[in-house]
Design a binder for this molecule. Structure first.
Ligand code: ATP
Ligand code: MG
Length: 398
């Protein structure tokens, strides 16, 4: 057994020593069989949460009522979940009831897709009651049991199915796809945060085109926040043919395509975090500047380092595709200043030069003017040179 499971093997073995059953389960087994990089290693066990708490030293009770605790083991965190079955999801977030059960198979049966209903024992043996391995081989996404019932229980599974098609490039089984179509309007009742988390993964999938085409073909795209209020908008995004790395990139892309739909609306309707809002605004600003003025040092100066790659991706998708990350990095490295704090004069210098003036908005405005001239290399960032320039261009009267 390889590295990602190796560390966690001790948890399985310890649980077994105490007389419980324990398995690796879900996405980690799927990805292991597909030889893809493994995300989180999750463990399912017959031990009840309080029993897990008694066995291990460091246990964080993150979702005890749903049977989940985090076990800190060998410096890593692992979700350990008691075998369970679930009731309805009437709040569209959590199942109303959770019953602990004794069999692994019952636990696997409540999982969404056959490829996610796989478990692996301590010796690498695979437990696969729903032919998940066969579906991995056929490269298809199929619900465990009747899709109609499973999507009715929790409509997020519809979006999850699309997200797996985007991540894995798999097709969606005929019946499963039809059941998705039947139940697609249930997406409207889901908590937006849950849709957001899945959409983020869909948009960063290697086969994003597959995922988006399914959204279009099934009409599920038209049920999503913002898209449902703007007919024709979803069609604009199916041209996305390479993975995006953040939702900010997605918002900037959509806003560029349809400027009538504001960034504010995207952020509000998708309940996107503030960080995403500011990144989407910065990317939009840079794209607009680029469209009007081409590549320039002011654009590069204003664009945060962490957005350089996003900007290049968007520029390639939306404009002529001539900018490289390398170009931007070089330009950043050659800037005279990286922030206005590095400007050779500050507010105090200006006040000393114009003692008759009261501090006011003119200070900030004049510093901004200097900042731009220095960044654009119209002026050298040298105190004497800047002061000379200020003498010749005294601040206007306010
Ligand atoms: P990733 O690698 O992206 O984390 P994952 O398959 O591990 O993919 P998670 O959201 O971490 O997905 O869920 C872990 C497992 O829990 C899934 O593999 C699946 O078995 C089960 N699961 C998650 N969400 C649902 C759901 N809404 N309905 C049924 N089963 C679910
Ligand atoms: Mg996971």
């Amino acid at each position: 057994m390889e590295h990602p499971f190796h560390n966690a093997l001790g948890i399985i073995q310890t649980l077994k020593q105490y007389g419980h059953e324990a398995f690796f389960v879900g996405g980690c087994v799927r990805d292991w069989l597909l030889q893809r990089p493994i995300g989180d290693v999750d463990i399912a066990t017959s031990a009840k949460p309080n029993e897990v708490q008694d066995i291990f030293d460091k246990v964080i009770p993150v979702g005890i009522e749903h049977g989940t605790v985090i076990v800190r083991y060998d410096g890593e965190s692992y979700e350990v979940t008691t075998f369970r079955v679930e009731g309805a999801y009437s709040d569209q977030r959590h199942p109303d009831t959770v019953h602990f059960v004794t069999s692994l198979e019952a636990d696997l049966e409540r999982r969404d897709f056959t490829i996610n209903a796989l478990a692996m024992g301590e010796n690498g043996e695979i437990i696969d009651p729903f032919k998940g391995r066969q579906d991995l081989q056929y490269q298809q996404i199929r619900t465990v049991g009747n899709g109609h019932d499973r999507f009715k229980e929790d409509a997020l599974r519809i979006i999850r199915g699309l997200r797996f098609s985007s991540q894995l490039g798999f097709s969606i089984a005929f019946n499963t796809l039809n059941h998705m179509i039947d139940l697609k309007n249930h997406i409207n009742y889901l908590a937006v945060e849950r849709i957001y988390a899945e959409m983020e993964k869909l948009l960063s999938g290697d086969s994003i085109q597959t995922g988006l085409n399914y959204c279009l073909q099934t009409g599920i795209g038209y049920e999503l926040p913002v898209f449902k209020d703007h007919p024709g908008l979803f069609e604009e995004i199916v041209v996305l043919n390479r993975p995006l790395t953040s939702f900010a990139e997605f918002i900037a892309f959509c806003h560029y395509k349809r400027p009538d739909v504001s960034i504010h609306e995207w952020v509000k309707e998708w309940k996107a975090p503030n960080r995403i809002k500011y990144q989407a605004m910065a990317l939009t600003h840079a794209l607009t500047d680029y469209g009007q003025n081409g590549l320039n040092t002011w654009l590069v100066y204003q664009l945060p380092y962490e957005l350089l790659e996003s900007f290049v991706r968007l520029e390639h998708l939306l404009q002529d595709g001539s900018v490289t990350v390398e170009d931007l990095r070089n330009m950043k490295a050659n800037l005279q200043i990286n922030s206005k704090r590095e400007l050779a004069v500050d507010g105090n210098d200006l006040l000393q030069m114009f003692p008759e003036r009261m501090p006011g908005p003119w200070l900030k405005e004049h510093l901004q003017l200097l900042e731009k001239h220095v960044v654009m290399n119209h002026l050298k960032n040298d105190k004497h040179i800047l002061e000379e320039w200020i003498q010749c261009h005294p601040p206007g009267k306010h």
